[in-house]
Design a protein around this ligand. Structure first.
Ligand SMILES: *[C@@H]1O[C@H](CO)[C@@H](O)[C@H](O)[C@H]1NC(C)=O
Ligand SMILES: *[C@@H]1O[C@H](CO)[C@@H](O)[C@H](O)[C@H]1NC(C)=O
Ligand SMILES: *[C@@H]1O[C@H](CO)[C@@H](O)[C@H](O)[C@H]1NC(C)=O
Length: 250
């Protein structure tokens, strides 16, 4: 995939330094708070509410959302990923739609977003694990992400530490609160929101919405090209093969 070619080159070229360290102090919580993802005035807020083991989410992330970074669209978008989906708090435990493995991987995603707050960076990991999830179950929990962290140079020890100290679950609960505050509430995932407007069944056409909302001039090239985007037929077929996950199915 074209998007990853430069990355592979980078990893090889930078081999001696290949572990992408979160800028020095990212494990230091004080500093993490001072390093939010870049937000540019006038950019369009694009938020994806998802859960890691829903095939519809994995398909959307790997086939559609990835276009944000394959084009110049990322220059006008503040993309946020919120890995909670249809999970629920039952008693004092988190119950996920696709079981404990999903809670675990949601927490791992929460950790990676926290440790590498730049969305261009953490998206690579999320894209990789979602692509792998479409290939089916793997032997162990860690196998759901370890190949990705190895391949992309994210430090697995830092990810494990975030999870084992309970930070991952804490971050995940925060995403649960954020999801619960959605107005209107989400009905299924993937649930895509552009500047407070849920796209509902139009989520695969998010590029059009982002471009329409963007007030800046000139618009990025991705906006000029988007008229030739996915036809409704191919969208329909894709959605049938990789259905979204409805909140009631839990
Ligand atoms: C991870 O990588 C190893 C070695 O390259 C491979 O044998 C294994 O199938 C991969 N696992 C998954 C889940 O892709
Ligand atoms: C989530 O919301 C509940 C209830 O409002 C609150 O008690 C809890 O501290 C929040 N959790 C996090 C991690 O923000
Ligand atoms: C985008 O999100 C930022 C940060 O959450 C917020 O301050 C801003 O008002 C949002 N912009 C729009 C147009 O919703």
């Amino acid at each position: 995939m074209g998007y990853f070619q430069p990355l592979i080159f980078f990893v090889l070229a930078a081999f001696p330094f290949m572990f992408i360290s979160p800028s020095h102090s990212s494990l230091d919580h004080e500093n993490v708070k001072n390093l939010p993802p870049a937000k540019h005035v006038g950019n369009v807020n694009l938020s994806l509410y998802y859960e890691t083991l829903c095939p519809g989410c994995a398909y959307f992330i790997t086939s559609d959302l990835v276009k944000v970074f394959q084009t110049d669209l990322y220059t006008i978008v503040n993309l946020r990923l919120i890995p909670w989906g249809n999970a629920k708090i039952v008693g004092d435990k988190i119950r996920c739609q696709h079981g404990d493995d999903e809670c675990y991987l949601n927490a791992i995603h929460s950790c990676v977003i926290h440790l590498w707050p730049d969305v261009k960076t953490h998206f690579r990991f999320i894209h990789c694990t979602e692509e792998q999830s479409l290939e089916g179950p793997v032997g162990s929990k860690e196998a759901m992400w370890k190949n990705c962290s190895d391949k992309l140079g994210f430090r697995g020890d830092m990810i494990n530490k975030c999870y084992s100290t309970g930070l991952g679950m804490k971050l995940l609960r925060r995403y649960g609160n954020e999801t619960a505050r959605l107005i209107p509430p989400h009905e299924y995932v993937p649930w895509v929101v552009v500047n407070h407007t849920p796209l509902r069944g139009d989520f695969e056409k998010f590029v059009k919405y982002v471009c329409d909302y963007y007030q800046g001039d000139p618009k990025p090239e991705a906006c000029a090209k988007q008229s030739s985007s996915v036809s409704s037929t191919s969208t329909k077929i894709a959605t049938e093969i990789h259905p979204g996950c409805y909140a009631e199915q839990t």
